[in-house]
Design a protein. Structure first.
Length: 259
């Protein structure tokens, strides 16, 4: 039995991935802040797929060791941890309060790092494990109105690329997922500079790929043990432009509407 623990499973990519992975032979542990949403999602899963709910808030880092124990106890072990939970930003850097910047880093960087470290002894003891980190194309290049969010996502890449090398002989596999625009509520919940919610469905978000399509990309990347995978449409082009033709990238990125 392959056991997947998904954070941020109450909506968006996390919920779509839970539905994608809900096949016979798999078991799920679903986490998020909204217990009611998790219960609704569980009711949609096939009865043949064991599913445990473990609600928590990513800011509760002190609880992570206990939560890991509960997640393991649910089905006896964990094979794959999917660090998916997080939130975005919609504010100019100069207008973003320091407390908001710290909150963005706390949830999008420090929390997935802490949860991964908490479960690593389990993976090492079993001599196997897989950590999936849902980053963003904002982890590949900076983008207006997302300074702290981009910083957190860039930090994830540096940390987990280093961790991959340290754990290569266990082995613990690490897959970085970089979604572009996906049809989720992430822009609605993004924080403005004063810490309040953006509460606007961005045009680019609305025209993005479906969460279901993104989930299929992630599922295949897990199966193939990919180091990194991109998921999206034309908005992924700047990733390649920055790598191969930086002058065009820097010209183009100034023209893109930051929504």
């Amino acid at each position: 039995m392959e056991v997947y623990w998904i954070t941020g499973a109450s909506s968006g990519i996390g919920a779509a991935l839970a539905l994608e992975l809900a096949v016979p032979g798999n078991a799920l542990v679903l986490s998020g802040r909204n217990l009611e949403a998790l219960q609704t999602l569980k009711a949609q899963l096939p009865s043949a797929v064991p599913c445990a709910l473990l609600p928590f808030d990513l800011i509760e880092i002190d609880r992570f060791p206990s939560l890991v124990e509960q997640a393991i106890a649910a089905h006896g072990h964990i094979d794959v941890l999917v660090n998916n939970a997080g939130f975005s930003q919609r504010s100019e850097a100069i207008q973003t309060a320091a407390t908001v910047e710290r909150k963005i880093l706390e949830v999008n960087y420090f929390a997935p790092v802490a949860l991964t470290k908490a479960i690593l002894p389990h993976f090492i003891a079993r001599k196997k494990g897989h950590v999936v980190v849902v980053s963003s194309i904002a982890g590949k290049f900076g983008f207006a109105l997302r300074s702290s969010y981009a910083a957190a996502k860039h930090a994830l890449h540096g940390y987990f690329e280093a961790l991959r090398l340290e754990l290569r002989l266990v082995p613990v596999y690490i897959t970085m997922v970089c979604p572009g625009r996906v049809q989720t509520a992430i822009s609605l919940h993004a924080l403005k500079g004063d810490g309040t919610a953006h509460q606007v469905m961005d045009e680019g978000q609305r025209k993005g790929i479906s969460a279901q399509r993104c989930a299929k990309v992630i599922h295949k990347a897990i199966r193939d043990k990919r180091y990194e995978v991109l998921a999206g449409g034309l908005e992924l082009l700047p990733v390649y432009l920055k790598r191969f033709v930086p002058p065009i990238f820097y010209w183009l990125i100034q023209k893109v509407k930051p929504t």
